[in-house]
Design a protein around this ligand. Structure first.
Ligand code: ZN
Ligand code: ZN
Length: 357
């Protein structure tokens, strides 16, 4: 974890802050290794302190060896303030996107002599580039999702409810070692395929429909996120047509994305193909997003994104076309940005699979 602390300390000097505090679970975990559900970390140029409660003291000591672990007992705010005073903190950076207004008000009252400095995206920028330890875990989260796709193909048939498919995916991934799915599983069949975030419903699959499955595994704190769209029996010609367009766009995306591009340029790799085919207005979301400890994190592959892609970033590439009242197609891979291009982590097939009815 030392290299993560180093990166954070570098950011601290840029903000001219003496310390940064976070209680956001994924940031706390990222910087300290502590996986418990409560606590605060304070990092200064020289020190690193983790305050948590009685339930977690032993766990924190073993998971966060680079941190001094302190039991904050009943008065958490007073305990934090005591540490700030001992550490000589005059300017305390806090994450303005994650601290509630109520907490800000309380800290302002209790932390006499400490200036609260609102900052944004400090941990998130560091987290965007993954280290080897993280990649190892993510590869396993992706492997579980790929295995689940192979498994679910024999389960999908006319008459099965979307909810049952979602449950079977989750059950399979947990048996493979996942703690849970990485978000609410999307199973959207037939007309429901036009809902980009169609959570699995009681609808039964019917012959001739496309089924979009969007899911991932949460494994050792890290997410995978994959989408495949399959046909149950022969699909209508229109759906075949949009499938081929989305596939061409997706292949161009993973074939051309590389470090040095902006998020906007990466987004155009899929968007331009879909727009040229006449479906620009039916592709209403961005091309992809970073993933890691959170299923959506920096960087974003979107028209508005000026973030420059770097080797070690993990992103999804997931174009789609959604025809209201008709159906939809989305295909999503997880990729690792490299110097010269990307490594596609998800291995599940992408040519249209037509399942027997
Ligand atoms: Zn997804
Ligand atoms: Zn996604």
């Amino acid at each position: 974890m030392q290299h993560r602390l180093q990166a954070l300390r570098k950011a601290l000097t840029e903000w001219q802050a003496d310390a940064i505090i976070t209680g956001k679970p994924v940031n706390r975990r990222y910087i300290s290794g502590f996986t418990g559900s409560a606590g605060w970390v304070i990092v200064t140029a020289r020190d690193a302190v983790l305050l948590t409660d009685f339930r977690y003291i032993d766990q924190a000591k073993s998971e966060a060896p680079d941190f001094r672990v302190i039991n904050h007992e009943r008065d958490e705010k007073a305990a934090i303030y005591k540490q700030l005073q001992e550490l000589g903190v005059k300017r305390l950076a806090f994450e303005k996107a994650h601290i509630t207004f109520a907490t800000y008000e309380e800290w302002s009252q209790v932390f006499g002599g400490v200036e609260l400095v609102p900052v944004a995206g400090v941990f998130e920028q560091i987290r965007a580039v993954k280290d080897e330890d993280e990649l190892k875990v993510v590869r396993e989260a992706v492997r579980i999702a790929d295995e689940a796709f192979t498994h679910i193909l024999s389960y999908i048939r006319p008459g099965v409810r979307e909810l049952d498919i979602a449950l079977e995916l989750e059950f399979f991934m947990r048996k493979q070692g996942a703690a849970s799915s990485s978000f609410d599983i999307i199973v959207a069949s037939g007309q429901r395929g036009a809902l980009p975030h169609g959570a699995a419903s009681e609808k039964e699959i019917a012959a001739g429909e496309l089924v979009t499955l969007d899911y991932g595994a949460l494994y050792k704190g890290y997410c995978s996120d994959i989408t495949r769209t399959v046909a149950v029996g022969e699909p209508p010609a229109k759906m075949r047509e949009i499938y081929e367009i989305v596939l061409e766009a997706q292949l161009n995306g993973v074939g051309s994305i590389k470090s040095g591009m902006t998020g906007k340029e990466a987004d155009a790799l899929t968007r331009d193909i879909i727009a040229a085919a006449g479906y620009g207005a039916e592709f209403g979301h961005s091309t992809g997003h970073g993933f890691g400890l959170e299923v959506h994190e920096a960087p974003s592959l979107a028209m508005s994104s000026q973030t420059v892609l770097k080797p070690g970033m993990l992103v999804t590439v997931e174009p789609g076309i959604y025809l209201s009242g008709v159906g939809g197609v989305r295909i999503e891979d997880d990729v690792l940005i490299t110097e010269s291009g990307c490594e596609i982590l998800t291995k599940s097939p992408k040519e249209l699979l037509i399942l027997p009815v």
